[in-house]
Design a protein around this ligand. Structure first.
Ligand SMILES: C[S@@+](CC[C@H](N)C(=O)[O-])C[C@H]1O[C@@H](n2cnc3c(N)ncnc32)[C@H](O)[C@@H]1O
Length: 339
């Protein structure tokens, strides 16, 4: 991400705009107000509310309220009682992907995480001196993220409530837009992608995590078993067997994986056209689409890698059926916005 390194650190919030009309937002009391439409946006427990509903016509299904209610009841992924700044960083670095992000995203980068949940990744990236916005529609999740940041004195992160279909930001505002495990919980993953892709600066990056069509099969099978057995046999899920994980986090994982009101599944190849149409070049997918290439512990995340030819990619994607057990059958794509 060398394009980021030379830019000065961003300390102002001039890149906000009204999520309703696109007007200029100004400070107003504790919150913000739109100069054009005069809408007032409140602050609750230190969280700037900038949520705006979809104004889709009634024939279009909209699961936003249902999904919001689900996460207000069961914030995800939640924190363990013993989480601290150090344990968060330690745990994140034990996961290869977070460590690589930390090593490869320069300090000073302006990042938004759309659908940050309880904000672990946002907080972790902010510890490394990046300017991070953690954005989600669920206030209870945001409060947990914000509470953690305050207690641990992480001052480079700011949590806001927003609907990713109506982001309160000017286009081309961020060096990196992350949305991990979110778009597949919306009624329109492709439309959501287009919406947040607009926020990336030319030369900046987008990183999206989605449920994989084949990788999700084992989770789907377990869901059927849980439904039949009245949620017995939870030991079938490796994450629910971990001794070091608190019951709160286990419940949160179980609900997110097996009780969710809405999810869709995707393939890596499907996202090529999403990227291209939004003005992005494909940089990388994790896993790769190459049959005999594994993800390296030193993988350069932002260095472009050509995808495998279609037949090879199809076989590799099918093999995800055997790998999706641990992380819920997930894949990640990274794209770079053309200048
Ligand atoms: C599975 S959680 C992922 C949380 C976090 N990214 C992670 O990887 O741990 C999905 C999150 O997406 C949020 N979300 C779903 N639809 C959204 C929308 N339209 N706008 C903003 N956030 C949304 C939910 O509130 C929830 O916190």
């Amino acid at each position: 991400m060398s394009a980021v390194a030379n830019e000065t650190e961003v300390k102002d919030f001039s890149f906000f705009q009204c999520p309703g009309c696109g007007g200029v937002l100004q400070a107003s009391g504790e919150g913000m107000a739109c100069e054009a439409c005069k809408h007032q946006f409140r602050v609750t427990d230190g969280i700037q509310e900038l949520y705006w509903s979809n104004d889709w016509d009634s024939s279009r299904r909209d699961v936003t309220d249902e999904v919001k209610a689900f996460y207000e009841d069961s914030p995800f992924p939640n924190y363990d009682n013993f989480d601290s700044k150090d344990s968060l960083a330690k745990k994140a670095k034990e996961g290869l992907f977070a460590r690589l992000l930390d090593e490869q995203i320069p300090a000073g980068a302006r990042i938004i995480e759309c659908g940050c949940g309880t904000g672990q990744l946002s907080n972790f990236l902010a510890i490394g001196n990046r300017e991070v916005i953690g954005a989600d529609l669920c206030l209870n999740s945001l409060k947990l993220g914000q509470g953690f940041a305050r207690r641990q004195e992480i001052d480079k992160v700011r949590f806001i409530q927003m609907n990713l279909f109506r982001p309160p930001f000017k286009p081309n505002s961020f060096h990196l837009v992350i949305s991990n495990g979110v778009l597949h919980h919306t009624s329109d993953p492709r439309g959501g992608f287009d919406s947040i892709a607009r926020l990336v600066k030319p030369g900046g990056y987008i990183l999206i995590g989605l449920y994989h069509y084949w990788g999700r099969m084992i989770t789907d099978t377990r869901r059927v078993i849980f439904n039949i057995t009245g949620d017995r046999l939870k030991v079938l899920d490796p994450n629910l067997r971990k001794e070091r994980t608190s019951d709160v986090k286990k419940d949160s994982w179980f609900n997110d994986q097996y009780k969710h009101p809405h999810e869709s599944k995707h393939t890596i190849r499907e996202t090529y056209s999403w990227l291209d149409a939004a003005g992005f070049d494909f940089v990388k997918s994790i896993p790769t689409t190459h049959l005999f290439k594994d993800f390296s512990p030193h993988e350069p995340l932002f260095t472009p890698e050509a995808p495998a030819p279609a037949p090879e990619a199809a076989i590799k994607e099918f093999l995800e059926i055997f790998k999706g057990s641990q992380e819920g059958g997930f894949f990640t794509i990274i794209g770079k916005k053309r200048s």
